[in-house]
Design a protein. Structure first.
Length: 298
C-alpha cells in the first residue's frame, strides 16, 4: 500500500471509498473521494481497490450530484425567464436577455482539501459563478479570512474541508466541540467572517464538512452549515448552496426548503436560516466601446 491508493475499510463493510493521504507502519490517514470525511485507520483494516472503483454509497451520491447539478442549470434558465418578465412588466423594456447585465454574488471559497477545491472551482466556472478559491488548512482558516475578506470583498463565503465525530470523544458527548476533528476551526473562521460583516444578508456564510457541529456553526454566525444529523456530506454540497445564493435575487429569500432538499446530502446534511440572495440585474447592458461613435467633448 502506498500514498494515493484508493481503499475501503473492512470494518465498515467498504461503504466509502477513500484515498490514502499519510502512511506509517501501522496506520493511515485517509480522505473520502466523494464525501468530506477524514479518518485514520489501521493498515490491516484497509482493502485496496481499483482507481475506477466506487462504493455503492458513492455511486448513489454521484447520481444525486448529477441530478443536483442538472437542477442548477434548470434554475439558471428559470432565472433568465423571470428577468425577462421583470424587464417587460417593470421597465417596459423589450424582453431580451441582451438588454441587461448580470451581477451574481461573488464567492470566496476556503477548502481544506486541494482536490475538492479544484472540483469546486471547476463547477463554479461551469455555472458562471464568480469565485475565488484558496486551499487552506482547517486550523488556519480564521487567520486566512482576516486577510482575504477585505481583499476579495465577497458576497458569499464557503468554509469547508474535512471534519468528523471522533471515535474516542469525551463521554460520547456530541455537544462538546472537542468531540469533532475540525468543527472548532470552522467555528473560529465563521466568527472571523462575522467580525468583517455582521449583516447576514450582506455576507452569506456557508460552513462545515462531514459530521460538523451544526449548532455551533450557526450560533457562531453561519447562514448555512453542516451537519444537522451528523451525517457525511458530499464534497459539492457547499458549492450547490453557494451557487443558489449567488443566483437568487436580492429581492428574494433563498428558497430554503427547495435548496436544502436538492443538496446531495439533503436536510440531514445541510441546514440554515432564512437569507436573501446576492444576485442583481443591471441596466443597460454594457456597450461594445469599439463600436461607439463618440464625439469628443474637448
Amino acid at each position: 500500500m502506498k500514498l494515493g491508493d484508493w481503499v475501503v475499510r473492512r470494518s465498515y463493510g467498504g461503504d466509502i471509498t477513500f484515498r490514502v493521504e499519510e502512511l506509517d507502519a501501522r496506520k493511515a490517514i485517509i480522505k473520502g473521494t466523494e464525501f468530506r470525511l477524514m479518518a485514520d485507520a489501521p493498515i490491516n483494516d484497509l482493502i485496496k481497490v481499483e482507481l475506477s472503483s466506487t462504493s455503492e454509497r458513492g455511486k448513489r451520491a454521484i447520481i444525486k450530484a448529477t441530478e443536483s447539478m442538472e437542477r442548477l442549470h434548470e434554475e439558471r434558465l428559470e432565472l433568465m425567464q423571470r428577468n425577462q418578465e421583470v424587464l417587460q412588466a417593470e421597465w417596459k423594456l423589450e424582453a431580451k436577455s441582451d438588454s441587461y447585465f448580470e451581477v451574481p454574488g461573488k464567492v470566496l471559497h476556503l477548502d481544506g482539501d486541494e482536490r475538492y477545491l479544484k472540483k469546486s472551482l471547476s463547477l463554479y466556472e461551469q455555472l458562471h459563478v464568480p469565485a475565488h478559491g484558496y486551499y487552506v488548512n482547517e486550523t488556519q482558516m480564521a487567520s486566512a479570512l482576516s486577510q482575504l475578506l477585505p481583499k476579495i470583498r465577497p458576497d458569499i463565503v464557503v468554509i469547508t474541508g474535512h471534519d468528523g465525530v471522533l471515535k474516542n470523544r469525551p463521554n460520547h458527548d456530541l455537544y462538546n466541540l472537542s468531540s469533532y476533528k475540525h468543527s472548532i476551526h470552522f467555528m473560529n473562521a465563521v466568527e472571523e467572517a462575522r467580525k468583517y460583516e455582521r449583516n447576514f444578508d450582506a455576507l452569506t456564510v456557508i460552513a462545515g464538512a462531514c459530521q460538523s457541529h451544526f449548532e455551533a456553526l450557526l450560533q457562531a454566525g453561519a447562514n448555512f452549515a453542516s451537519s444537522p444529523a451528523r451525517v457525511l456530506i458530499h464534497a459539492l454540497d457547499p458549492v450547490y448552496v453557494a451557487a443558489r445564493a449567488s443566483f437568487t435575487s436580492i429581492r428574494d429569500a433563498i428558497p430554503m426548503r427547495e435548496v436544502l432538499n436538492n443538496t446531495i446530502s439533503g436536510l440531514q446534511g445541510i441546514g440554515g436560516i432564512e437569507t436573501r440572495g446576492s444576485y442583481r440585474m443591471g441596466f443597460p447592458r454594457f456597450n461594445d466601446l469599439s463600436k461607439l461613435n463618440v464625439v469628443p467633448s474637448q
